[in-house]
Design a binder for this molecule. Structure first.
Ligand code: FAD
Length: 599
């Protein structure tokens, strides 16, 4: 009743006060005048936070971590508020170039490309799903000459970062305990999630730990969360080191140039801007760029390391010609229009979640209820048997089951740049129906995009041309995956709840027979989004590979004392999501750096 909710106000207030205290453990903003450190790390995201922690342990070296964004707060840790964070200053707010292959039906044919601008980086903005990828993905990294980056080489680092909280996985040889990042299920699990796992079994799939021995099957999603709150890179790696005397964090500090001696081609510091003033800091040992897949290549190019002709055109003095910088832009792409309706509600829509005061009481007293989940609680991985894409034991396709249809009001539609007319014709009829959405995507797409500079100014966002769905094969895989999902409605579990494919033709694709290859192709190009897994723009490969930017030791080719250590070094896409890949790269990268600086 209303009165009982009012009675809960004191405990809500006490709970929020207590939780806010956690964020006072974020390291303080260093405002000393110190201007020389052993290591200068650029960017406090997934990988950068790992480096700051590991390089300062033992107390031998001084480490400065420079982050363009400000502090993380408790409200950012509420899982269901994830989408809202994208509409704040804590997002870099990048956009892609207009595209006919991905999101051609979105406003201006443009996709949003969110990235965290905050201590913790994109781990503060993301959906927290923990999906590492398949062992063969990493073996492929190693096969092109990246010695030590095969599955056996990276597994210890995936384990090292983890503090597994899920009881039956605590003793698995694939998982770690006691590491900085807590892994748990969201406390809330919708009826939809339970039904999907059951339906998967009826289709012959296993319910499994997809980060373990095998990947093909269904599973409740493992997340970088704990007790219903986001467990960011900063909470895991920076909070515990706030008292270290040799670690310094400077916030709101935008690095705009890496200082490189033109004669010796040696990096020796960076220039950054903070509160309107410019500063220079020097690195006695190394500069490490961990600014993420968009900003890392941007910063290299602005500092004179990149494709020569491109830099010359922008009047940037060339220090080292590296044609691969920005040129291997990898991503996943998802179709947004795969929707199913049911006779009874299996999950709640955003207006239902936000509109019910009980949900706030549940969350802000005990971190329970729908606000303790981002709305995705189940994932599945498919080999696409019977198609040309089948590879036994190596899934090619992922589905994420989204509570309700996320896009059921103009606000959520706006979050994906869905124009009002498309919303009104395709999504609005679902407003009062029971429905849910499945994000489907090709785990290893062939399309590769590129990132270039628009000018020589750090404040101008780079040009992001993702080319997602640019290759026919990626569209075909997605169509095969959509068909696999439609089969799910034939299971007894979904028959019982009247599960049906939402078959309103997508505006602009009505000329094709609904469900034909041509129809799905049209729909995928129109109503698709990039899946925010940008990576690969500073490709790791031996120097013989013309597109390579860093060596297997993550050193920038041709420049001394400069490394890139973040998701931009990925040579190929992994069959997973990238925050844990970022942590693994940070952990392995830290060991590679330490090896070169024996005391
Ligand atoms: C909406 C969304 C949902 C996602 N969902 C998931 C998910 O469910 N699971 C998953 O595993 N992954 C997910 N991801 C992806 C994942 O979070 C990122 O791939 C990962 O965080 C990348 O790590 P990184 O270390 O390479 O870069 P980031 O974490 O992006 O860190 C880069 C840091 O560098 C800072 N920086 C950049 N430029 C400068 C500069 N010039 N000066 C100073 N600092 C700078 C940035 O502010 C940022 O803090 C999602 C991403 C988005 C956007």
């Amino acid at each position: 009743s209303d009165q009982s909710r009012v009675d809960q106000v004191p405990s809500i207030f006490a709970h929020i006060m207590r939780e806010e205290q956690i964020y006072t453990r974020e390291p303080c903003d260093d405002d000393s005048a110190a201007d020389a450190f052993d290591f200068v790390v650029v960017g406090a995201g997934a990988a950068g936070c790992v480096l700051a922690n590991r390089l300062s342990e033992g107390g031998n070296w001084t480490v400065l971590l420079l982050e363009a964004g400000g502090s993380e707060t408790y409200s950012m840790s509420v899982p269901y508020f994830m989408g809202r964070l994208q509409q704040t200053e804590f997002n870099w707010n990048y956009r892609t170039v207009p595209s006919d292959t991905v999101g051609a039906g979105l406003a201006g044919k443009i996709n949003y490309c969110p990235k965290g601008k905050i201590v913790g980086g994109t781990t503060v903005l993301n959906a927290m799903c923990v999906i590492r990828g398949h062992r063969k993905d990493f073996d492929r990294w190693e096969a092109i000459g990246n010695t030590g980056w095969g599955y056996e080489g990276v597994l210890p680092y995936f384990r090292k970062m983890e503090d597994m909280q899920i009881p039956h996985l605590k003793n698995s040889k694939y998982h770690g305990r006691g590491g900085p990042i807590k892994i748990d299920y969201f406390p809330y699990q919708s009826e939809l999630s339970k039904l999907v796992i059951q339906a998967g079994k009826e289709m012959g799939y296993e319910e499994l730990d997809y980060n373990g021995e095998k990947m093909t099957g269904f599973g409740r999603v493992q997340t970088t969360s704990f007790n219903g709150t986001r467990w960011s890179a900063s909470r895991g790696y920076l909070h515990p080191i706030r008292h270290r005397k040799n670690f310094f964090l400077r916030k709101r500090s935008l690095v705009y140039k890496i200082l490189i001696n033109d004669g010796t081609k040696t990096a020796f510091g960076v220039k950054y801007r903070r509160d309107g003033k410019s500063f220079t800091v020097f690195a006695r040992r190394e500069v490490i760029v961990s600014a993420g897949p968009i900003a890392a290549p941007q910063l290299l190019m602005l500092s004179g390391v990149g494709p020569k002709e491109h830099l010359q055109k922008l009047k940037i003095p060339v220090i080292h010609d590296l044609p691969g910088v920005g040129r291997n832009l990898l991503n996943h792409g998802a179709y947004l229009g795969l929707i199913f309706t049911t006779d009874k509600p299996l999950s709640r829509t955003p207006p239902q979640v936000y509109g019910d005061a009980a949900n706030y009481v549940d969350y802000f007293t005990a971190h329970r209820g729908p606000l303790s989940s981002v709305g995705i609680e189940t994932v599945s991985f498919h080999e696409l048997k019977g198609t040309e894409f089948y590879s036994p034991g190596y899934p090619r396709f992922e589905s994420q089951y989204v509570s309700s249809t996320l896009i059921v009001n103009r606000e959520t539609a706006g979050g994906f740049r869905i124009p009002p007319r498309l919303y009104d014709t395709y999504f609005k009829p679902l407003e009062n129906k029971n429905s849910f959405q499945v994000y489907v995507f090709d785990l290893r797409p062939k399309s590769v995009g590129k990132l270039t500079l628009a000018d020589n100014n750090i404040d101008t966002p780079p040009i992001i041309d993702t080319n997602v769905f640019g290759e026919e094969e990626d569209v075909k895989v997605t169509i095969a995956g959509i068909r696999e999902m439609i089969k799910m409605m034939d299971t007894p579990s979904f028959k019982k709840v009247g599960g049906k494919l939402y078959d309103t033709p997508l505006p602009g694709c009505e000329t094709y027979a609904f469900g034909s290859d041509d129809y799905w192709k049209c729909a995928i190009h129109k109503l698709s989004v990039i899946f925010y897994h940008e990576s690969g723009t500073c490709k790791m490969a031996p120097i013989s590979d013309k597109m390579s930017v860093v060596s297997p030791e993550l050193k920038v080719h041709g420049i001394r004392n400069l490394r890139v250590i973040d998701t931009s070094i990925m040579p190929f896409m992994v069959s997973g999501h990238l925050s844990v890949t970022g942590y693994m790269i940070g952990e392995k990268g830290s060991d590679l750096v330490k090896k070169d600086h024996v005391l």
